[in-house]
Design a binder for this molecule. Sequence first.
Ligand SMILES: NC(=O)c1ccc[n+]([C@@H]2O[C@H](COP(=O)([O-])OP(=O)(O)OC[C@H]3O[C@@H](n4cnc5c(N)ncnc54)[C@H](OP(=O)(O)O)[C@@H]3O)[C@@H](O)[C@H]2O)c1
Length: 338
Amino acid sequence: MKAWQIAAHGSPADLRFAEVPTPEPAANEVLVRVRAVSLNYRDLIALAAPRPGNLPPPLVPCSDGAGEIVAVGTGVTRWKVGDRVAGIFFRDWIDGPFDLKYHGAAGGGSVHGWLRESVAWPEHGLVAVPAAWSFEEAATLPCAAVTAWQALFTRGALRRGATVLVLGTGGVSIFALQLATAAGARIIVTSSSDEKLARARTLGAWATVNYRTTPDWDKEVWRLTEKRGVDHVVEVGGPGTLGRSMNTVAAGGQIALIGVLTGFDAPDASLFPLLARNARLDGIYVGSRAHFESLNAFLTQRQIRPIIDRTFVFDDAPAAFAHLQSAAHFGKIVISLP
Ligand SMILES: NC(=O)c1ccc[n+]([C@@H]2O[C@H](COP(=O)([O-])OP(=O)(O)OC[C@H]3O[C@@H](n4cnc5c(N)ncnc54)[C@H](OP(=O)(O)O)[C@@H]3O)[C@@H](O)[C@H]2O)c1
């Protein structure tokens, strides 16, 4: 079968289309014929350089895949041939609190990922894909949507009428916008692009700020909220945005610390605003299978469909990575397999 591999660390040109043996499902595993994969910023990080805990090249990238079960190993009870499934990000985090051991099995990082024609995967590491969803839609969910769900709903206990600040218009942020809008929150979205901000408003954003033309976007958020601040910040920027995010948070609010779009360095901002506001900083790392299942129930009940920016064919995976790298997208980028 065919698999894309990170052959060397570098750019999308360092992805290699390889012929590899089709895996056999071991006991308690199923074989999934992969039908769609989605990309996350994390896949660019894994491609660019070695990361602690990641397998060395050649590594099959991508945490997010969906497909159909074509074979089951001995002892499998949850699934049968023909079932439509999506993989979970931390393959062994089923429910309950996080444990550091779960880092040992994250697709496209510490274990091989989903950008291949077939995946043998433990039966516990999958969720059912509702019949109404395409494989492409299902493949958008395991990382970005589960992260937005855990951040705002599980940890954030988002309430109707709460105010949420969402940074940028990538995968996590657009899911946060859709989910929080459906829950009756008031969302402020930032972006470098006025066109993307106009699109965010059509999805329900209450207010928008262009962080390029308004570099003091924290002051604008403060003004928009009449000096109250926001109850939740979906912080995907990291060290380069955290200081301003802290300036936007309301008394008793939550900053969901999710991303590293501005890098892995230490923030140079004072943490004092958190104390002064009795606010909290929640580190968020995707979520469990139970989080994914709650998310799916919510998406089904509210009839929310993922926003897919563009779908690439399997052979064009490097172009899909290059599109993600360009940051021209809005929402999710998908690779579809025959
Ligand atoms: N902790 C976790 O569990 C977890 C899970 C998923 C993702 N992440 C992290 O969260 C971040 C977002 O991931 P993703 O997959 O959603 O990324 P993505 O789809 O690649 O999002 C890219 C978008 O982020 C926006 N952006 C870039 N730099 C920005 C800045 N300085 N300020 C505000 N917005 C900025 C841009 O939006 P505009 O074009 O609109 O300006 C850009 O298009 C990444 O760092 C990723 O590693 C963490």
